[in-house]
Design a protein around this ligand. Structure first.
Ligand code: G4P
Length: 524
C-alpha cells in the first residue's frame, strides 16, 4: 500500500538544508559546529559539547587514539538540529590534513558546503585540493572567514587569494567593521545595516547583537566605520554582487566575516545557509533521470564504516535519503544485489553515541547497522526500482606495498585488507600473479595510509609494513591494452576488486610519452 505520508516528502525536503563544513584543521570547524548547535538550540549545556563528545570517543575507540595523536578525525558523523522552521543536517567531514577520498564521498551527500578559513592564514596548501574538488563538482559554497577577533590579514587580499587559488569568486555578504583583532561587527551589504557584536566569555551563550543604522554607526564607530564604508564602495564598484544562479552553480561564494569563538557572525551565516543554500532536489539515477522527491523511498550509501563500536564489531552504512519517506523497520531493496534489506537498526551516529531513527526525509542521513554487502555508492529503494549513479573514485597519487609483519597472521591481514578495501579507506591494487600476498595500496592523500596501518594493527591484529614503490601516477586501462602496458619498462598493471584495471607509471613524464607514442593504448 502506498505510504500516505509520502506526499509530504516535497514539503519536508523544502525544510531541509544538508551541508558539510570543509576546512584546514585548526581553522575552526569544530568551534563553528558547536556554535551552530548553540544557535540551533541543540546545545543547552553551553559550548564544549562537541569537544567533550570527541573526548569520549577517544577514550573508547582505538581509532580515536590515532585521531588524538595525529589531530585528525577519521569517522564521519551527522548532526541534525532545528533552526527557525528548518531542519539542518550537518555532515561532518574527516579532518585529514591532506585530501582524502572519504571527505569527497561525504560531499556527494551534501547539497552545499561551508568553507571555513582562518583569516590570518587564508588558503592553506594541503586543503586546496578539497576546495578545488567542491568547485569542480559545482557544489554551492559559502565562505566563512573565521577568527576575525584576532589580528589577521587584509580582507580584500583574502578575497583575491580565494579567487585566484580556487577559481570561485567570493562575494562578501557581510563586511567587517574594525580591523582583524579589533572586530566591532559587520555591515550587511544587502541592507546596509550594521550589526554590532558584544563579547561574551568564550562564546558560551549567543553573542548579543545590536542592529545599528548607518548614521549612528558612523557617529559611534568613527574611523573604523569610515574605512569599512570606503571598502564597501570599492566592492560595489567592482560589481561584487550576489547572484543566486552563479552561487547554485558553484561559481560565486557568498562570504561572511566572523569569529566562531566569540559567536560573532554565526547567526548571519546560519541564516544564509537556510535562506541561500538549496534544499534537497530530485537526484538523477544512472541514466540521468531524476527521481522525484515524492517517489517511494530511495537513498544512496556514501560511506561504510566497520567496527565503529569495538564491542559490537558492526558495520554501518550511511545513507542519504533522496526520495520518499523512510520509516525504521521497512524492508527495502538493495539495487545492486536485488536482495531485501531490513532497516530495523537505523541510527543517527555521532561517534559512539547512537540514537534510533524512526523516520527520515529527503536530505536526511540514516546510519544502517549491519549492512553487510552494502557498499559505498549503492542504492536502497522501496517499490520502484532506482539505482543512483555511483560515487566516482579518484586516481590514486600515492602507492605503497603492504606486507604483514608476522607471516603467521596472514589470514588477519587478508581480512583487514578486504575490509579496508570495501570501506574505501585505501584502494587495494592487486597484481594478478601475486594475488593477496603483497597488495599495493593506493591513496589520494598519504594520511589514508596512516589510517589503514593503524586499523590493520589494532582492529585486525595484523601489523603491516609499508614499503614505498616507484610509481607516482595512475590511469585506468582496459584488458586489451594491459598486456602491452605490462611489457613496458616503468609500467605496471594492477586490478581493483571492482574489476577496474589501473596502469601505474613512474612519472607523469613517462605517462605523457607513452600517450604520445602509443595512441592505440587506452588510458583514461
Ligand atoms: P578545527 O575543528 O577546524 O580543527 O578547529 P577548532 O574548532 O578545534 O579550533 C582550533 C583552535 O582555534 C581552537 O583553539 C579554537 O578555540 C580556536 N578558534 C576557533 N575559532 C576561533 C575564533 O573565531 N577566534 C579565535 N581567536 N580562536 C578560534 P585551541 O587552543 O586549539 O583549543 P581550545 O583550547 O581553545 O579548545
Amino acid at each position: 500500500m502506498a505510504d500516505p505520508a509520502r506526499g509530504d516528502a516535497v514539503a519536508q525536503a523544502a525544510r531541509r538544508r544538508t551541508f558539510a563544513i570543509i576546512s584546514h584543521p585548526d581553522a575552526g570547524k569544530t568551534t563553528l559546529t558547536e556554535k551552530f548547535l548553540l544557535y540551533g538550540g541543540a546545545l543547552s549545556s553551553g559550548a564544549g559539547s562537541v569537544k567533550a563528545r570527541e573526548g569520549r570517543r577517544s577514550a573508547t575507540s582505538d581509532w580515536m587514539e590515532l585521531e588524538q595523536q595525529r589531530g585528525i578525525s577519521v569517522t564521519s558523523t551527522v548532526l541534525q538540529f532545528p533552526y527557525r522552521d528548518h531542519v539542518v543536517n550537518l555532515l561532518d567531514t574527516p579532518g585529514h590534513r591532506d585530501f582524502s577520498e572519504d571527505t569527497y564521498r561525504v560531499l556527494t551527500a551534501a547539497d552545499a558546503a561551508v568553507m571555513v578559513l582562518d583569516a590570518a592564514k587564508g588558503i592553506e596548501p594541503q586543503t586546496l585540493k578539497l576546495f578545488e574538488v567542491c568547485r569542480a563538482q559545482g557544489l554551492p559554497l559559502l565562505t566563512f572567514l573565521n577568527k576575525w577577533d584576532r589580528p589577521g590579514r587584509d580582507p580584500l587580499a583574502l578575497l583575491d587569494e580565494i579567487h585566484d587559488q580556487i577559481g570561485v569568486s567570493p562575494v562578501p555578504v557581510t563586511w567587517p567593521v574594525g580591523l582583524a583583532g579589533d572586530f566591532r561587527g559587520v555591515v550587511d551589504r544587502r541592507d546596509g545595516r550594521f550589526t554590532r557584536f558584544t563579547r561574551v566569555a568564550r562564546g558560551a551563550t549567543e553573542a548579543p547583537e545590536e542592529l545599528v543604522d548607518p548614521a549612528r554607526a558612523a557617529d559611534e564607530e568613527g574611523a573604523a566605520w569610515d574605512d569599512a564604508v570606503e571598502e564597501l564602495a570599492l566592492l560595489d564598484g567592482v560589481g561584487a554582487d550576489f547572484d543566486t544562479e552563479l552561487f547554485l552553480g558553484g561559481e560565486v561564494s557568498p562570504t561572511f566575516f566572523g569569529s566562531a569563538l566569540t559567536n560573532f557572525g554565526v547567526r548571519l551565516l546560519l541564516d544564509a545557509l537556510v535562506d541561500l543554500a538549496p534544499a534537497p532536489s530530485p537526484r538523477a539515477d544512472e541514466a540521468g533521470k531524476p527521481r522525484p522527491l515524492d517517489a517511494p523511498f530511495s537513498g544512496f550509501v556514501f560511506k561504510v564504516q566497520a567496527n565503529m563500536d569495538r564491542s559490537h564489531r558492526d558495520r554501518i552504512a550511511f545513507l542519504r535519503v533522496c526520495s520518499g519517506h523512510f520509516e525504521r523497520g521497512m524492508v527495502v531493496t538493495h539495487a545492486q544485489t536485488q536482495r531485501p534489506f531490513a532497516t530495523k537498526y537505523a541510527h543517527t551516529v555521532f561517534g559512539q553515541e547512537r540514537e534510533t531513527v524512526e523516520e527520515a526525509w529527503p536530505g536526511d542521513v540514516v546510519g544502517l547497522v549491519n549492512a553487510t554487502d552494502v557498499r559505498v555508492g549503492d542504492t536502497l529503494y522501496l517499490d520502484e526500482h532506482v539505482a543512483f549513479a555511483g560515487i566516482p573514485s579518484f586516481a590514486p597519487e600515492h602507492f605503497s606495498v603492504a606486507r604483514p609483519r608476522d607471516t603467521g597472521r596472514f589470514k588477519q591481514f587478508r581480512r583487514g585488507i578486504a575490509q579496508l578495501d570495501e570501506e574505501g579507506v585505501v584502494q587495494v591494487l592487486r597484481d594478478p600473479d601475486l594475488g593477496d600476498q603483497a597488495p599495493v595500496l593506493g591513496a589520494v592523500g598519504p594520511m589514508q595510509f596512516d589510517v589503514a596501518v593503524h586499523r590493520l594493527e589494532h582492529e585486525f591484529g595484523a601489523p603491516v609494513e609499508l614499503s614505498p614503490t616507484s610509481y607516482s601516477v595512475a590511469r585506468r586501462t582496459d584488458a586489451a591494452s594491459a598486456p602491452a602496458l605490462r611489457a613496458m619498462r616503468g609500467v605496471a598493471v594492477f586490478g581493483r576488486a571492482d574489476g577496474t584495471l589501473l596502469a601505474l607509471f613512474e612519472s607523469p613524464y613517462w605517462l605523457d610519452r607513452l600517450l604520445a607514442d602509443h595512441p592505440e593504448l587506452k588510458l583514461y
